[in-house]
Design a protein around this ligand. Structure first.
Ligand code: NAD
Length: 465
C-alpha cells in the first residue's frame, strides 16, 4: 500500500507520529497512518485562514468548476477508493463502490448550485438586498460509518460558499479520506483544503480554535454535546448531525412478505451502522407474527463475511469498541426479549455479529431505548395507533422514522405526527443530495444537503440602501 499523508497548506506531509489502522474483517494492521499533533492542527487552521481571502474572492463559477473537477477525480478513482473503504470500514465492496459514486454525485450536485443575491425590497424609499457571504475557516469532523459520503455532505458546500476547511476523519477510518484528499489536492490552492488525523484527541482543539468560524460535526450525541459546549466560547456557527433511534411503524394493512425486505434493508444496511437506520420496529399485533417470521428468514439467509469476498451482504462491525457495545446489546436482548434469528458474534477473527431479530421486547430494555448502531433489531408489538405514535415520539431522539402501510392516506396522517427530521413512507434510508437532512430533538441542530445545507455554510448579509 502506498504511504498516506496529511495535507497541510498544500503540502502532503507525514504526521508528527503514526498510528495503525486495522482491517475490521481480520483485526490485522492494514496500514500505518500519519497522526497529526496539536502543532500540525494549528498549522492547518493557520493555512486555511491565510487561504480564505483569495479563495472567497474567486467568482463562484470558478469555485464550482473546482468542485466539479473534484467529482471527476473521484469518478476516475472509484475502484481504489472503494477498495480502501471496504478494507478499513468493513462494508461489502459493492456498497463501498456505491458510497464512492454517491460521493461524486454529491460533489456534482453542489457544483451545480448558485448563491444568488435576493432583492427583498426595491421601492422609491428603500432597496434591500440579501447576500450570502462565506464564513471563513470551517472545521469538519467525520464519523467512521460513512467516511467518504459524509465528507461530501460538508466539503463541497463549504467550498462553493467560499470557505476554506480543515477536515478531521475518525481515527479508525482515515485512509480513504487521506487518499481522496491527496488525489484532489492539485486542484486547489494551498490551504483551501487541509486534512489532519488523530486518535480521538484533536477534535476538542479544533472545536475550541478561535480561528475556526463554523464547526460541522457528524457523530454521536454524547460527543455532539461536548462540541456544542466548546463552540460556545467562541460563538462559532454549528451544525450537528447526531445519533438516531428511528422507529419503523408497520400498520395492520401491510402484506408482511412485501414489506419485510425493505424493512430489513432499512435496519441492516452497513450492518446497522447508519445514523438513520430503523432501530426499533413497531408492528401491529394482527401482522406481528408474520412480520417477525419474514424478517427472521431474511436474517438467517443473509451472508455475513469479509466485505472483499464476493457475495458478502453484510460486513463486520467497524471497530472493537463498537463490537463490544453491540455485544452488550445482545446480552440485553437475550434477557429482555426472544431472539428468533442470530443472537451471537460469529466465531472467527474480525468483528462479526450475526444479523439478529428480537421479538417480544419492549421499552425499558436497552435495545429499544438506546441507539444500538449494529445488526440487532427489536420488533415490538402494538395494538393501537395512538399508542404507537406516543411510543415512537417518547424518546429524545428525532432523526428519522418510517410508516409502512398499503393506505397512503393513513400513512401520511401518521407521518405528520412523528417528531423527527425525516419520515419515509413504505421505505427507509432514501437520501439524496437535493433533499435536506436534519434531526429533531437531540438528533441534531441545523441541516445538511440541498440548498438549505449550502446556506448553513454562509453568513446572511443584508445591504439596505
Ligand atoms: P463519535 O461521536 O464517537 O465520533 C465522531 C467524530 O468526533 C470522530 O471523528 C471523533 O474523533 C470526533 N471526536 C471525538 N471526541 C471529540 C471531541 N471531544 N470534540 C470533537 N470531536 C470529537 O461518533 P462515532 O462513534 O464515530 O459515530 C457514530 C455516531 O454517529 C452514531 O451515534 C451515529 O448515529 C452518528 N451519526 C450521525 C449521522 C447523522 O447524519 N445524523 C451520520 C452518521 C453517524
Amino acid at each position: 500500500m502506498k504511504p498516506f499523508h496529511l495535507l497541510i497548506n498544500g503540502s502532503l506531509v507525514e504526521g508528527d507520529s503514526q498510528m495503525p489502522v486495522l482491517n475490521p474483517a481480520s483485526e490485522e494492521v492494514l496500514a500505518q497512518c500519519p497522526r497529526a499533533s496539536l502543532r500540525q492542527l494549528n498549522e492547518a487552521v493557520a493555512a486555511a485562514k491565510a487561504a480564505f481571502p483569495p479563495w472567497a474572492a474567486r467568482p463562484i463559477n470558478e469555485r464550482r468548476a473546482v468542485v466539479i473537477a473534484m467529482a471527476e477525480t473521484i469518478e476516475a478513482n472509484v475502484d481504489e477508493l472503494a477498495r480502501l473503504l471496504t478494507s478499513e470500514q468493513g462494508k461489502p465492496l459493492p456498497e463501498a463502490t456505491r458510497e464512492v459514486r454517491r460521493m461524486a454525485g454529491y460533489f456534482r450536485y453542489f457544483g451545480s448550485l448558485d448563491l444568488p443575491m435576493r432583492v427583498i425590497e426595491d421601492s422609491p424609499t428603500r432597496r434591500v438586498e440579501a447576500h450570502r457571504r462565506p464564513l471563513g475557516v470551517i472545521g469538519a469532523i467525520i464519523p467512521w460509518n460513512y467516511p467518504l459520503l459524509i465528507v461530501a455532505f460538508k466539503l463541497p458546500p463549504a467550498l462553493i460558499a467560499g470557505n476554506t476547511i480543515v477536515l478531521k476523519p475518525a481515527p479508525t477510518t482515515p485512509l480513504a479520506t487521506l487518499r481522496f484528499v491527496e488525489l484532489v489536492s492539485p486542484l486547489l490552492s494551498p490551504g483551501v483544503l487541509n486534512v489532519v488525523t488523530d486518535a480521538n484527541d484533536l477534535g476538542d482543539a479544533l472545536t475550541h480554535h478561535p480561528d475556526v468560524r463554523k464547526l460541522s460535526f457528524t457523530g454521536s450525541i454524547a460527543t455532539g454535546k461536548k462540541v456544542m459546549a466548546s463552540v460556545a466560547e467562541t460563538l462559532k456557527r454549528i451544525t450537528l448531525e447526531l445519533g438516531g433511534n428511528d422507529a419503523g411503524i408497520v400498520l395492520d394493512d401491510v402484506d408482511p412478505k412485501k414489506v419485510a425486505p425493505g424493512i430489513f434493508e432499512g435496519a441492516f444496511r452497513n450492518s446497522g451502522q447508519v445514523c438513520l437506520a430503523i432501530k426499533r420496529l413497531y408492528v401491529h399485533e394482527s401482522v406481528y407474527d408474520a412480520v417477525c417470521n419474514e424478517l427472521a428468514e431474511i436474517a438467517n439467509n443473509t451472508v455475513v463475511d469479509d466485505g472483499m469476498k464476493q457475495g458478502a451482504q453484510l460486513g463486520p462491525i467497524q471497530n472493537k469498541m463498537q463490537f463490544e457495545k453491540v455485544k452488550g446489546f445482545l446480552d440485553d436482548a437475550h434477557k429482555k426479549g426472544k431472539v428468533i434469528a442470530g443472537g451471537k458474534p460469529i466465531d472467527r477473527p474480525g468483528y462479526f455479529i450475526q444479523p439478529t431479530i428480537v421479538r417480544d421486547i419492549q421499552e425499558g430494555s436497552r435495545l429499544v431505548d438506546e441507539e444500538q448502531f449494529g445488526p440487532v433489531l427489536p420488533v415490538i408489538k402494538y395494538s393501537d395507533v395512538e399508542d404507537v405514535i406516543r411510543r415512537a415520539n417518547g424518546t429524545s431522539y428525532g432523526l428519522g422514522a418510517s410508516v409502512w402501510s398499503s393506505n397512503p392516506k393513513r400513512a401520511y396522517e401518521i407521518a405528520g405526527r412523528i417528531e423527527s427530521g425525516t419520515v419515509w413512507i413504505n421505505k427507509h434510508l432514501d437520501l439524496a443530495a437535493h433533499t435536506p437532512l436534519g434531526g429533531a430533538k437531540s438528533s441534531g441542530i441545523g441541516v445538511e444537503l440541498a440548498e438549505e445545507g449550502l446556506a448553513e455554510f454562509t453568513q446572511l448579509q443584508i445591504i439596505n440602501a
